[in-house]
Design a protein around this ligand. Structure first.
Ligand SMILES: NC(=O)c1ccc[n+]([C@@H]2O[C@H](COP(=O)([O-])OP(=O)(O)OC[C@H]3O[C@@H](n4cnc5c(N)ncnc54)[C@H](OP(=O)(O)O)[C@@H]3O)[C@@H](O)[C@H]2O)c1
Length: 329
């Protein structure tokens, strides 16, 4: 593909939201030795994509401007680097792109072989593209700090999942139910039935007094809270936690780190744990397998063509997606 030109969507500096996304034509990237070149069929957006544009991770990300955002892609391998052993042209895959260099909002993208996974024919590109950031974050939060065994072999555990209708939350509900758990979830009134259908045992509307207080309708205390919403103070979590309960905060801010340190220093049994997910090929493979087996599904909020990527960007920034926002080629 050397010398070929492709369509892409990029931004040239921090800020500006959807209006700053520019449709351009740029050279198709060439895969390095350990990379595959993909013809991208679908990508999903995550809040981190527009948070990087806002400058939240400056000066580390993006590594340079102009920048083509989006890390979560599904497509077909068209070329492989010289050291790539596991993929060949024509393979259908899903991949997690390197966040600092991204490249997902383009017709073609390069992905590390180690972060690329085969996609069985029965899994659509849109469904697969939802998985990398959101699915892997839900998986990591549940299996690591929360210690849930997804084969159901662990001890009974009460879990609360906040923002269970969102990208991370909707995967977290389904994955949690593969363990020996009772799941309480919060979401807006319009999504209560959906979240129940994903497996939640009880669901709270976050805009009601009991929902805002995170009170389990069955009176349970939570052993772990997978906190996918934002802006809920420790004082709200604390009375709802079991003796050794943990809040796993996937959007940690300064107050999270202060609370984390105070809890450690005072030997508090109740803990606040900041979590930053790390993409891992083997875990992505596990999630793809679950989708194939019908044990995990991607709820698609909306699909947008690449030519209207700014609509998808606006939808993600809005903070009210139900499941994943997808951009198709
Ligand atoms: N640490 C990491 O590695 C990592 C990875 C992925 C994501 N994150 C972060 O995790 C957060 C969630 O990500 P996401 O992709 O799941 O976001 P998302 O898909 O944009 O979440 C949107 C959903 O959240 C619901 N919601 C918003 N506020 C709520 C509240 N107070 N209570 C209950 N539901 C609420 C919305 O419902 P309504 O429309 O009804 O309001 C909507 O359905 C973001 O801050 C993101 O940056 C961190």
């Amino acid at each position: 593909m050397a010398g070929k030109i492709m369509r892409a969507v990029q931004y040239h500096g921090y800020g500006g939201g959807a209006a700053a996304l520019k449709h351009v034509e740029v050279p198709v990237p060439a895969p390095l030795k350990d990379e595959v070149l993909l013809k991208v069929e679908a990508r999903s957006l995550n809040p981190i994509d527009w948070k990087i544009q806002k400058g939240m991770l400056r000066p580390v990300m993006p590594s340079k401007f102009p920048f083509i955002p989006a890390t979560d892609v599904a497509g077909e391998v068209v070329e492989v680097g010289s050291d790539v052993n596991n993929f060949k042209a024509g393979d259908k895959v899903v991949a997690s792109l390197i966040r600092s260099t991204a490249g997902g909002l383009a017709e073609f993208a390069v992905a590390k072989e180690s972060l690329t996974v085969n996609r069985p024919a029965e899994i659509s590109a849109a469904e697969a593209a939802g998985l990398p950031v959101a699915g892997l974050t839900a998986h990591q939060a549940l299996t690591q700090p929360a210690g849930i065994k997804l084969d159901g072999s662990g001890k009974p555990t009460n879990i609360l999942i906040t923002a269970a209708s969102g990208g991370v939350g909707h995967y977290a509900v389904q994955l949690a139910k593969l363990g020996n758990t009772h799941v309480t979830a919060t979401c807006g009134a319009r999504n209560i039935e959906l979240v129940k259908s994903l497996g939640a045992d009880e669901v709270l509307d976050y805009k009601t007094p009991d929902g805002a207080a995170l009170k389990s309708p069955s009176g349970r205390k939570y052993d772990a809270i997978i906190h996918c919403a934002t802006g809920i103070p420790w004082a709200t979590f604390e009375p709802n936690l079991s003796e050794n309960g943990k809040v796993i905060d996937i959007t940690p801010g300064l107050s999270t780190f202060v609370s984390f340190a105070v809890k450690k220093l005072t030997f508090s049994k109740k803990q606040l744990v900041p979590l930053f997910s790390k993409p891992q090929g083997e875990n992505l493979e596990f999630l793809v397998k679950l989708v194939k087996e019908g044990k995990l599904k991607t709820v698609v909020d909306s699909k947008h063509p690449l030519s209207k990527a700014e609509d998808a960007w606006t939808k993600s920034m809005d903070g009210h997606a139900t499941g994943k926002v997808i951009v198709e080629s």
